[in-house]
Ligand binder design. Structure first.
Ligand code: NAP
Ligand code: HSE
Length: 430
């Protein structure tokens, strides 16, 4: 199998995630790409630091010349900051290496120049993880919205501040306490002032505006304010008035040759607006284009695993490493509908007028929530059944002595997004 040699700059939150993903998902990566990705060297600042990774097959060093070697095919930069990342990336490109980076500050400030250099050196520069963590925001703009005139972008582009605002507004926790948690979870930058003062979102908006509007926007062109002066009481009052407070990034282009605007500001969003339900570390970006109309992408905007996912996908997508076509497939073991949804909603159509006092204790015991709706000669009974089985359903129906004229069973989706579980429609006939 063909080997791809990777040099990794940084072994912090994101770097460790990249290392783990390449190891833990080596089988799936090899199956889909037909390639074996091997990190041969890692650059760190403090080689003596205690790390929760056991690395025996890569050189860990503080010396860049030991990392970028003749064998390097791709350089992955996840160390952050402008220098020395900027110089290292330029050296790598000039040596003919593709570059993958998660560094939004660097791309916001020097993205155009680095893309120019990548073109001259005939290598790729990819930076999907620099905006929106695991959400494929950049690929969507670059590859799926090329033919649209994009005139508006709106979104939540910083996971740390969205997590802080959500926890402060919903749970009443203090700013300092939640910021500490965001740091522990690996959401915040090494200097979190960049997150809470709004600059991190400014970098990301600058990158998006360049890609969406083809506008050479500088970081200093964006009007911004962070969340450091947000008071708990302010959030509670906004909540009572029907609003969620979000650090909202907005950019607009007023016509083909008209002006553009960009801002990042703590903004009151009506609770019924889709962005109000984007909570905690989740980010969202809505793009408005003349043909696509509007498109919203939502996902985890920070943290080790989502960010590593974006970096590794970029790595696999660098030039010449296209996926195997056709993809090798296996015969799957399909779960049947009955095994899919442990919690179900049951709708029973019971003859006659039913009141709560008529419900038997055994019926009420099974139903975790229950509601009645009278309808002419029938009463509809809706109930939530946990640990659903056909036997339990039959037992509930049998308590009505043949008075059930119809039944519908629907899956119930669990409250929190799990990232991997998806609900499928399932219905039984009356
Ligand atoms: P981090 O946890 O602070 O890790 C930084 C890593 O880079 C550390 O391993 C550090 O070495 C190394 N490093 C820093 N400066 C160095 C230098 N001058 N020379 C050699 N090594 C150096 O940061 P992170 O959260 O992983 O973020 C890395 C990059 O990804 C940043 O550009 C960030 O904006 C971006 N990003 C982060 C996230 C996220 O959720 N965290 C999401 C998207 C993008 P030591 O370990 O020895 O200190
Ligand atoms: N610190 C950044 C955030 C990391 O919280 O959104 C992801 O870019």
């Amino acid at each position: 199998m063909e080997k791809v040699n990777v040099a990794l700059l940084g072994l912090g939150t994101v770097g460790s995630g990249v290392w783990k993903m390449l190891k833990e998902n080596q089988d799936v990566i090899a199956r889909k790409t037909g390639k074996w990705y091997q990190v041969h060297a890692i650059l760190v600042k403090d080689p003596g630091k205690k790390r929760d990774l056991e690395i025996t097959d890569a050189r860990i060093t503080t010396d860049f010349s030991q990392v970028l070697t003749e064998e390097t095919d791709v350089l992955v930069e996840v160390m952050g900051g402008v220098e020395p990342a900027y110089s290292y990336i330029k050296q790598a490109m000039k040596k003919g290496c593709h570059v993958v980076t998660a560094n939004k500050e660097l791309i916001a400030k020097h993205g155009m120049e680095l893309e120019q250099l990548a073109k001259q050196c005939q290598v790729q520069l990819r930076y999907e993880a620099s905006v929106g963590g695991g959400i494929p925001v950049i690929s969507t703009l670059r590859h799926f919205l090329k033919a649209n005139r994009i005139d508006r972008i709106q979104g939540i582009l910083n996971g740390t501040t969205n997590y802080i605002l959500t926890q402060m507004q919903e749970k009443g926790h203090s700013f300092a306490e939640v910021l500490k948690k965001a740091q522990e979870k690996g959401y915040a930058e090494s200097d979190p002032s960049s997150d809470v003062e709004g600059l991190d979102a400014v970098y990301k908006l600058t990158i998006l505006m360049r890609l969406a509007f083809q506008a050479r926007v500088s970081v200093s062109d964006i009007f911004y304010q962070g969340i450091t002066d947000i008071l708990s009481g302010e959030l509670q009052l906004a909540g009572k008035l029907g609003y969620s407070v979000k650090l909202l990034a907005q950019a607009e282009k007023f016509g083909e040759n008209g002006p553009v605007s960009g801002s990042v500001l703590p903004t009151l969003v009506p609770k019924e607006h889709p962005l109000a339900s984007v909570r905690d570390v989740y980010n969202a970006m809505t793009v408005e284009g003349d043909y696509v109309q509007d498109l919203t992408l939502v996902g985890q905007g920070a943290g080790q695993k989502p960010t590593a996912s974006a970096v590794v996908e970029d790595l696999l997508n660098t030039n010449g490493f296209a996926e195997q076509n056709p993809l090798p497939v296996k015969e799957p073991w399909m779960l049947s509908g009955d095994d899919l949804f442990p919690t179900r909603f049951l709708l029973l159509k019971v003859r006659g007028q039913v009141t709560e006092s008529m419900l038997s204790p055994s019926f009420c015991k099974e139903a975790s929530s229950l509601a009645l709706l009278p309808a002419e000669e029938h009463t509809f009974i809706g109930l939530i059944l946990r640990g659903w089985t056909q036997e339990k359903t039959d037992a509930l129906v049998s308590t009505w002595d043949g008075k059930v004229d119809g039944i519908r069973i629907r899956p119930v989706l669990s409250g929190e997004a799990t990232g991997s579980k998806r609900s499928l429609p399932l219905a039984r006939t009356m």
